[in-house]
Ligand binder design. Sequence first.
Ligand SMILES: [Zn+2]
Length: 312
Amino acid sequence: MSNNKPMPVPTEISAPFWEGLKAERLLIQQCERCSHWVFYPRRHCPACFTHALTWREVSGGATLYSFTVTRIPTLPDFADEMPQILAVVELDQGVRINTNLVGLDESEVKVGMRLQPVFAEVDAKGNRLLRFTGLDKNADRLKVLHTVEQPAGDIVAPVRQIALDDDAALQALVSDEFSPWSNQVVVDQGLIDSFAQLSGDDYWIHTDPERARKQSPFGGTIAHGALVQILQSRMKLNLGYEITGFTNMVNYGSDRLRFPAPVPAGSTIHARARVKRVERVKSGTQLTLELNTHVVGSERPSVINELVILYM
Ligand SMILES: [Zn+2]
């Protein structure tokens, strides 16, 4: 679910800016009466209040006005971008833009440095965000979308965008059929020991390979069910859809959580999912995802998790 980063929603006023970025052009507004440059996009000039604003293309030449380095993601979806260099950049026209710096090591970032725009691809639909980098960097290389590596073996269906207000399309997601398998994760004794320490559940069946070899019905140690459940976060599911047009997404818990089969230490696991139900509720739209984790090659799931996700 890491590809659900919230995207800016163009408005009637800001649409030319976003359309410009798609064409790798930076467009900002200028006042016809007093020549004042305007950013963010507005309906009137903040200096003289006329509505006579014209979109003009500018070079994107800019100077770093201020920045900070964030190490904790504001949303889990941004964990893959940490640390992020959040910046206020001043275009040569004098307007300031909140943005990210890319392709720069923290040690290279200095207030006052010259910057060039990066028209960063952010999805397969051609949407781009405006970012900046140093003049000595290759902005063309930095603009390319880094696609998530796909697991070998399964054919991955293209991702369909589904708007949260599209009832028919949402209901059409409900299926008895599971998605292709996710990437694989190895559950070794080290991981199990770490979880035992963290959770306080250090029962011998998880943590004592010698005793488990003799006494466990499984012939060795097994992973905690809760560990296998939590490892679902490490698996990239191939759901084939992406829901758009929501402001917030909350993990609402599970309707049903079962551990039908053990995961012996050293096993490789993977997961697949299907949409079981989509319902409108008072607070938003509730999607129930049946997410099953299996030991690779095993028919029987080790974890069945009916995860409830609330979109608002
Ligand atoms: Zn003006």
